[in-house]
Design a protein around this ligand. Sequence first.
Ligand code: ADP
Ligand code: ZN
Length: 731
Amino acid sequence: MSGQDFFHQGDRVAVLTAQPLDRLLDYRAPEGGCFRGAYVEVPLGPRKVLGVIWGAGSGNFDSAKLRSVIRVLDVAPMRDEMRQFLSKAGDYTLTPMSLMLRLATRAPGLSDPPSMRKVLRLGEREPDRMTPARSKVLAVMDEFSSMAFTPKELADMAGVTPSVIKGLVGQGALREEETPRDQPYPVLDPLRPGKTLTADQATAAAALAAGVESGSYGTTLLKGVTGSGKTEVYLEAVASCLRKGRQALVLLPEIALTAEFLKRVEQRFGATPAEWHSGATMTERRRVWRMLGQGNAQLVIGARSALFLPFRDLGLIIVDEEHDSAYKQEEGVLYNARDMAVLRAAMCSAQVVLASATPSLETWSNAEAGKYKRVNLTARFGTAVLPVMKAVDMRGEDLAPATWISPTLKQAMALRMERGEQSLLFLNRRGFAPVTICRACGAQVACDNCDARMVEHRFMKRLMCHQCGETKPVPEVCPSCQVEGKMAPVGPGIERLGEEAAALFPEARIAVLSSDLFGSARALKARIEEIAAGEADIILGTQLVAKGHNFPLLTLVGVIDADLGLQGSDLRAGERTFQLMRQVAGRAGRAERPGEALLQTFQPEHPVIRAILTGDEEEFWRAEAAQRREAGVPPFGRMAGIILSGSDLAQVFDLGNALARNDGPLRQVGAQLFGPAPAPIARVRGRHRVRLLVKAAKGVALQDALSRWVQPFRMKGDLRLSIDIDPQNFF
Ligand code: ADP
Ligand code: ZN
């Protein structure tokens, strides 16, 4: 441990605040002193702000003007390991520490005293006279002497009216006491037996448990087809971790998956764990944050930001569906939760398990290179077998105009209808139609604020911009040529496909699953459960359905446009299509009934489509890796995206050109610079966007070069510069 750990009253301390300042502030330690890492309240101008004692003060601030820390907050101090994690993560993503602290304090009411609630204890005195009601109350107090109840709880448990309780308090037979509102989480029991594992699963579970037992850092890829029991296996690793008395974190890519997962945890460990995601209530967030710090929560199920929670002793992080692009935060602090999980684990000697049926190329090649361990589950659990994959060559199919379901696919669906099984049609396009065009002049309806076409959403009877969320009614009159009644939808969205399916199978019960069709995660979850229980014959879904949901009656998956993801210049287009198609296909035949997946494609001979069909994954990854190594791109080279934006296009480009002219720090490390060029989506919310791309060799200190490069530039007016290390998207 470096530096001083305790500061006496009046000592100079450096405080990190969440305010947008690029340095630490000096204060005097408060009365009673404070430890390094303590959360404190400090005066800043006229305000009081939250901060963390970062270390000894720098001294270069007039000591006469030095103000004192107001008070130390009543929460567990930030641990050293967390301070290091925030610093390293900040360095890696080129994020100022103030923003990193913000990520680590995203719980409400941290500076509140822990709010109290009133509970009852046995008093000193006997009641003046004993009634049956009074003796019932005292019997409950006797029986549960170690527990504390609120007056209402006690009245309910004893089956008496609140006035009986009040009477006893008045007599001094019960006394009121204040206790903290945030209660510890119910204890999970890792000794309860899990399911009996297959030989394959047991080997995998033992490998993961050995890692946890070692008490040191390590990352393991848990690779297994959908339904092979990855979840069962990593729950065993969680059990090992809890048995060691350490805490565990399970990251899921999608809130909608949480409920099903909580149930499985409850079955396994006898109680529900803590949850951390945007759908959790403020009270819940506050409780999670505080209880983790005190060690009164053993397991958290969360979204990517759970990585920044103040675990007291984190021993295991599971990243489920590790390849999922939802792990990349694309706004604010641009970080990839998968990579940050590895960093965090390294800081606190924890194990990471990256679970996937279709790992990212990064993870796959880290395993190949021996940086990560790898364990495989090759077979589906029980009688379930992987679906048969077939291409439907669309060049040979006869389709009516404005229809997208081929006769071959239709026939396969009809067979499922007959057998009382479910079919799923997959199309990764929300809305009714991606384009609205004027049949008179050919003009397309675009967003006024963005360089994007507006997508018709028929259920809400409006056009919507998927960039900024702006909506407008579908115009009667063409905004371009003023001709009336010629505006027409072009191309399919999931809603339109729903209409086509209904026309083909009028008797079918049809369910459309698209994130925008549900008001809340809860509503979506409820619908998914109904569908899983068999309350639909045909399911239509966007990307949403690819993620881990379990539909036992589903035996057919039809991919409407397997070529969709292969268009465009994205570095990861092939990888993403491969992952998505395999994930979607994996939805079929999860139970006893075998499944079939039909991929509609115009290019069945495309290498990616061929790899999907043959299922030769290792071959696919080897080929993909070879290509990327050749091109020197991630994971075999490094990249950073620079996005410049502002309301004045000329100004944005001027900045881009100035950056390009002064790329000395980049050239020093042999990095290449591309651009400036208009971003693929060149205008969002009225702001013009210009990108630059930096490419460097693997071992280069890229972040350092980048910060030296951009540092001299001042952002005039509303100009903004953001740096995306390891960009996942190139919009
Ligand atoms: P994955 O996470 O790989 O998709 P799951 O762990 O969800 O797979 O397993 C798929 C299904 O099979 C689940 O319903 C799970 O409970 C069941 N299952 C897997 N392994 C076993 C086992 N050893 N015993 C009983 N059921 C199992
Ligand atoms: Zn827009």
